[in-house]
Structures are given as structure tokens and as C-alpha cells.
Design a protein around this ligand. Structure first.
Ligand code: PLP
Length: 382
């Protein structure tokens, strides 16, 4: 059983929908399906902006954003609250941009007032890059407030919402989000082979106004504008089977209801934090207000390493947890997205973590974590 941060276990329905004969990508039936998936993606993004489904894991979309927007010499304010934000600096530099960093300790979220101060101090800033849901740290950034401030300054925003979409609500128009990138393998509970982009008019404009707009490349978002958006044909053969899974999981989320889906994950995350505290452990985020609905990052008991805990779970009980992040702290992560955002799975995960910690000699009293989570789960109504 897998309590990982993505890919994670898929629902029976997604599995069934994915396991169908591949249809030729120029078949009208596939064109129709791609169109349907695009419209549903727009609904899940809560936007009227254009969406683009690029055909490889979300890193493609994240690099494409930098490759298509940033020109040599452009100044980019890069917000860093975890490893993914820090790592975006490499893309900024790769495409000739100059990164100005605004960083916080990895158990905290970015303060919008600091963003405003930086934008005032550096009037040359053209782009701002940020991470929505910081999966390694289990934190979320106030991207709506930050995006609205960026818009006041005419700054185009790039947002990594790979593990935010469908779980941490945003509205790109209101929130000043210009180019967002998500993946189907986190909150949506799908397969990892696609990049789900949401592109505002300002982002299209910035891509077109570049001295040499990027075209004729796997990294080109403009290629998708020229082919799929303009003519309903593809720049290359799409990953047909991945699109089956995407269509399926987008349908499931929309049928469930977007607000309900987010509320369900919020409650599960609250129950997970209660469970951790019940075991005598402390969540890693500085406050519950910035804790993620996707994953719960927790301090380990003294004397037990993350490797030991995960190895025990995997070898003795056949349970897989995602590795803890390289953030220089003794933490581990419990993930609770999509199918796994259910009391039955959460309590099983907490129970087995408790068992494994006890095996390793931690002073836990069996059942206390699960009991504390069950108290919160009295409010389950999903
Ligand atoms: C998952 C994720 C990505 C994509 O990384 P992979 O490990 O390649 O899937 C990027 N950013 C964030 C915040 C993520 O959670």
C-alpha cells in the first residue's frame, strides 16, 4: 500500500478508464476527448484563461514556463520556501534570467508584505516565480495575495501548483496568476505523464513579445497555441493513455464538487496533524494555518531516522511512504491525497506509522494517534 506524494494509488474508476484500447490521436473521438479534458481542466483551475496540456511530467511545464518567458537579462523575483522554489533558480539562470531571491525558513510561508517590499526596492523585476503547495515541507504559500501584489506592479507570475491544483483553491483571474503549472499525479490522483498549464493573456503576451519567441521546440507553449488552440491538431503525438486517465480523474473531481474536494482534504489533513500530535509528535510547519492539505510533514522522535522508519514500514508491512525532504531536519511525510484522503486510509496510515515507531523503540502508546485523528474525523461528511 502506497501513502506517497504522487504518483499515488488510483481509484478503480481511473484504473478502468485508463485500461482501454489506444485510439489514434487524429481520430475525431480523441480530439473530442482532448477537448473535453481541456474544458474540465479549465473548470478545475476555476478559470476562463486558456489551458494547455503538455505531454510530459510537470517538470516539462515548469521548464517551459522559464524557457518561453525569460530572456537574457530579465530580472525574476524567485520566492523560496522549500527545495522546489530554490531549484527554480536553476531554470531562471539557464535561460539567462537574473534571480533575486526572497527566502524564508522551510517551515514557514512567504509573507506578502515582504514581496511588496522587494517589488518596491527592485523596480526592474519583470517576473515572479513561486510555489503554491510546497510538497516537501507540507506548507502552502498565500499565492493569491502575492499574485495580486505582483499584478499591481505589472509583474508576470509563474506558479508551481503541481501539488496545489484541485486541493488548495485559487482563482487565476482574481489572484493574478499568469502561468500556472500542475501535474495530474498529486491531488487529482492521476498518472504523472502530463503538464497542466493555465496561461493568462499577459503570459501569452510576454511569450509573443520576447525578442525571439520560442517555437519549434518540445518546450514551446506557443507551439500548442499555433496547433491545438488554433487548429485542433497536435504539435506531436500526445500520450493517449495518460489523457484517458486525466479525463477520468478530472471528471471524478468535478462530480465530487471542487469546494467539497478541497474541504475533504482540509479535514483529512487536520485529522492527520491531530494524529501526529496524539502520538506525541510535532508537525513541521510553523503554524497550522500554513499547513498543506496534501501532505503532513512531521518531526521524528529522537533517535529514529527517516530511513529507518520508511524501511521498517516497507520491509515489515509493505507500506511505502515518500522520502522526507532534504531540508536538514529530522522529519517524515504522511501523504493524504485523492483516493487516500479517506478516514479508512488515514487511520490505517497513522496506525502503521505508530506500529513502526514502536518497533523502532519510540515511546508511543499504540492507538493514541489513531484515536486523536478519529476525534477530528467525527466531522467527516464526505
Ligand atoms: C511533485 C512536484 C513537482 C514535480 O516533481 P516530480 O517529483 O518530478 O513529480 C514539482 N513541484 C512540486 C511542488 C511538486 O510537488
Amino acid at each position: 500500500m502506497s501513502f506517497t506524494t504522487g504518483p499515488l494509488e488510483m481509484t478503480e474508476r481511473t484504473l478502468r478508464d485508463q485500461a482501454r484500447q489506444l485510439v489514434f490521436h487524429q481520430d475525431p473521438a480523441f480530439i473530442e476527448m482532448f477537448d473535453r479534458a481541456s474544458h474540465m481542466l479549465q473548470a478545475v483551475y476555476r478559470t476562463r484563461h486558456t489551458v494547455v496540456i503538455m505531454q510530459a511530467e510537470a517538470l516539462l511545464g515548469l521548464e517551459a514556463a522559464a524557457a518561453c518567458l525569460i530572456s537574457p537579462g530579465d530580472v525574476v523575483l524567485n520566492l523560496v520556501s522549500g527545495p522546489y522554489g530554490k531549484w527554480y533558480e536553476l531554470y531562471i539562470q539557464k535561460y539567462g534570467g537574473q534571480a533575486i531571491e526572497l527566502a524564508v525558513p522551510y517551515n514557514q510561508a512567504i509573507d506578502p508584505d515582504d514581496v511588496r517590499r522587494m517589488l518596491r526596492r527592485h523596480p526592474g523585476i519583470k517576473f515572479l516565480s513561486m510555489v503554491h503547495s510546497d510538497t516537501p515541507c507540507g506548507t502552502v504559500n498565500p499565492v493569491g495575495e502575492i499574485g495580486r501584489i505582483a499584478r499591481e506592479f505589472g509583474v508576470v507570475t509563474i506558479m508551481d501548483t503541481v501539488s496545489g491544483l484541485a486541493g488548495e483553491p485559487i482563482c487565476p483571474e482574481e489572484d493574478g496568476i499568469d502561468l500556472a503549472v500542475a501535474g495530474p499525479h498529486k491531488f487529482l490522483g492521476g498518472t504523472p505523464g502530463l503538464s497542466l498549464l493555465c496561461v493568462s493573456p499577459a503570459a501569452w503576451d510576454a511569450m509573443e513579445r520576447r525578442a525571439s519567441p520560442l517555437r519549434g521546440s518540445y518546450l514551446s507553449i506557443l507551439d500548442w497555441k499555433d496547433t491545438w488552440l488554433a487548429q485542433r491538431r497536435f504539435p506531436h503525438t500526445p500520450s493517449v493513455g495518460e489523457v484517458y486517465a486525466l479525463e477520468s480523474c478530472l471528471s471524478q473531481v468535478l462530480e465530487f464538487g471542487l469546494d467539497r474536494y478541497a474541504a475533504r482534504h482540509r479535514l483529512i489533513a487536520e485529522a492527520c496533524r491531530a494524529g501526529a500530535r496524539g502520538m506525541g509528535l510535532q508537525p513541521w510547519p510553523a503554524s497550522d494555518a500554513i499547513a498543506s492539505s496534501a501532505v503532513t510533514t512531521v518531526h521524528l522522535p529522537a533517535g529514529i531516522t527517516e530511513d529507518q522508519l520508511r524501511a521498517r514500514l516497507r520491509e515489515r508491512y509493505g507500506i511505502m511512504l515518500a522520502p522526507g525532504p532534504a531540508i536538514g531536519a529530522q522529519v517524515f511525510r504522511m501523504s493524504h491525497m485523492a483516493k487516500m484522503a479517506h478516514p479508512a486510509f488515514l487511520t490505517a496510515q497513522l496506525a502503521m506509522v505508530e506500529r513502526a515507531l514502536a518497533d523502532l523503540g519510540a515511546p508511543v502508546r499504540l492507538g493514541q494517534g489513531v484515536g486523536a485523528a478519529l476525534d477530528v474525523l467525527g466531522r467527516w461528511e464526505f
